[in-house]
Design a protein around this ligand. Structure first.
Ligand SMILES: [Zn+2]
Length: 366
């Protein structure tokens, strides 16, 4: 991908774009392939079945994106181009239910798809329009360093808008993957989150993510200063390189307003560390839809992490046959393994997949 595009995309979005590009580089055959992104094969169903058997009867997805691709600017991220143009809650449910099994998806916390050159306001307005019924659903708006504070205040008057989605691509620095927290998460967002008991869904950047000393210091300082703000660390604290999260957790253990989602995390180790350090009431399942619908897996490799996609599988004739499944299935498997290996109880599972979200978002007195 051109370097300029690289700068605009976040970790998960970048990976999605890279995988989509590699999957699609075989040409227009992409949509026709039974094993492309946004597809669901019989093999996927067979892989998902034993994973679904571990799930409780109702699920709350704490991290899912809804959007219209025309709002995402040009160039539009490849993964979203390959899928529907209008991604509503109905699309979320129809596609994700294939992964989770039917009848389980009972609620969600939705957010726009943040893209550097997208139309932030159109994305927020569309998101808000998707929350107008009695279902247990809530939303976050995308905020940038330039976003008008009054505009954000206006959204929070809607009781279904419960917080904020900052993102590093909006930082005014050339390399936003190296941005300091303050460069994409302005202090007024913390103040407002504290005043409204609102959620900040944070996707950390920098190579060491949660182990980065500046990231850690900023999280500790702000969480202590704004104790009623609820910090939800996406992707297990961006623990795609699991040791980054595992190493950092002891230093955050005393913070009462820090939570983690499991979105797009495809290996169990960082999730196990969170469960061991914080218990089952601070970890929440999230799909990261539509990243859940891309084919591949994110793994810790060497000193960082890498996204395996169908075209990166070993094709040596002597190599074992291997068919990558969807990120959402890999992530459910990782969380399932973590809960099994730690002997969590059915009540713990209800917390992770439902109750924690109800408490965090104040949906019902759980
Ligand atoms: Zn996401």
């Amino acid at each position: 991908m051109p370097f300029s595009r690289r700068l605009f995309l976040g970790t998960a979005a970048l990976a999605a774009a890279q995988m989509a590009q590699q999957n699609a580089s075989a040409g227009d055959a992409q949509e026709r392939l039974p094993d492309g992104n946004w597809s669901f094969s019989e093999r996927d169903a067979a892989i998902a079945a034993p994973i679904q058997a571990l799930l409780p009867p109702r699920l709350f997805d704490i991290h899912a994106h809804l959007y219209r691709t025309p709002d995402l600017g040009t160039p539009c991220p490849e993964l979203t181009v390959q899928g529907p143009e209008l991604v509503t809650r109905q699309i979320w449910r129809a596609r994700l239910e294939q992964l989770t099994g039917p009848g389980r998806l009972a609620g969600g916390l939705f957010l726009p798809y943040p893209v550097k050159h997208g139309d932030v306001e159109a994305g927020n307005a569309f998101l808000a329009s998707e929350l107008k019924d009695e279902a247990p659903v809530r939303g976050l708006i995308v905020v940038t360093p330039q976003y008008p504070r009054e505009q954000a205040e206006g959204y929070l008057r809607n009781p279904r808008i419960v917080g904020f989605k900052p993102y590093h691509v909006f930082a005014s620095v050339p390399q936003t993957f190296d941005a300091a927290l303050e460069e994409y998460l302005p202090e007024w967002v913390w103040e407002m989150a504290h005043a409204h008991r609102a959620v900040i869904l944070l996707h950390l950047v920098r190579a060491a993510a949660l182990s980065d000393p500046d990231n850690q210091r900023a999280i500790r300082t702000r969480c202590a200063k704004y104790p009623r703000a609820k910090l939800l660390l996406a992707h297990a604290g961006r623990g795609f390189h699991a040791p980054n999260t595992i190493r950092a957790l002891p230093a955050l253990k005393d913070l009462d307003n820090v939570y983690f989602d499991s979105a797009a995390v495809c290996e169990p180790d960082a999730l196990m560390a969170i469960l061991k350090t914080f218990g089952a009431r601070r970890l929440l399942w999230g799909s990261d839809f539509p990243v859940s619908q891309q084919r591949g897996k994110c793994v810790t490799v060497g000193d960082a992490f890498s996204w395996i996609c169908p075209r990166r599988i070993d094709v040596d004739p002597a190599a074992p046959a291997c068919h990558p499944t969807l990120v959402g299935i890999e992530s459910l498997r990782a969380l399932g393994l973590a809960t099994q290996l730690l002997d969590l109880t059915p009540r713990d599972l209800e917390d992770i997949y439902w109750n924690n979200a109800q408490r965090l978002l104040g949906i019902e007195s759980a």
